[in-house]
Design a protein around this ligand. Sequence first.
Ligand code: HEM
Ligand code: HEM
Length: 186
Amino acid sequence: MRDSHTKLTLQSILLHWLVAIGIILMLAMGFYMDIAEARFLMPWHKSFGVLILLFALWRIVWRMINGWPTALSNEAPAVKLVSKGIHWLLIIGSALMPLSGIIMSGFGGKGLFFFGLEVWARNPDPMNPGQTLAVNEMLSGIGHELHEIGAYVMVLAIVLHIAGAMKQHHILKNGTVKRMLGKTID
Ligand code: HEM
Ligand code: HEM
């Protein structure tokens, strides 16, 4: 079954809210870890990030097969273009955030553990027991930059996206939000 103009599939709705809530919580967790220096949260941050990546990739494949939901509003072409651009940014960012984190950690020598299961081995520093050595400093650095800049871009995109959704719901009073909540629009 595919999304129609009047109703979105359960798959589209569940994937939207699962990834949306996941990304918002992960952004909050990441900024909190940074500000409060709460390093003990890092294994959870990484494991949940990898889990979200799986759903984000599923969603991208689903959008490639199904296409995007059709717009319900009759807004100016420029507004529609911005809203579409933000959808692209959000869906790509949902995969790029965890991917950049994995690149930062893996090539940084820290390895990758998925809820305790080793997916990418650590690279121990033979000179300093307990410490790790970068495997590829440049790639790890690129991952780090992408992860940090990406986080701010995602916050901005999410704020604009929610503002857009509120405008559809409260000002234009169409069924855009209701449709994403599973209702059939007439
Ligand atoms: C409370 C927060 C959010 C609300 C109220 C909300 C609401 C909506 C609504 C109403 C639509 C349908 C738009 C349409 O039919 O044209 C939509 C689509 C979309 N939203 Fe959100 N959203 C939220 C958070 C997020 C977050 C955090 C992300 C990114 C991770 C996201 C990514 C998307 C994408 C990519 C679409 C396009 C359709 C799809 O692929 O599901 N949203 N959102
Ligand atoms: C849903 C995906 C993710 C989101 C939204 C996210 C978000 C964030 C944010 C907001 C920060 C703080 C950035 C700052 O320094 O200001 C952060 C830090 C970090 N994240 Fe993620 N993250 C995600 C997934 C991952 C994954 C999968 C990994 C690794 C496997 C990872 C590894 C890290 C690391 C190592 C830091 C600390 C970087 C530093 O020391 O500066 N993240 N993340």
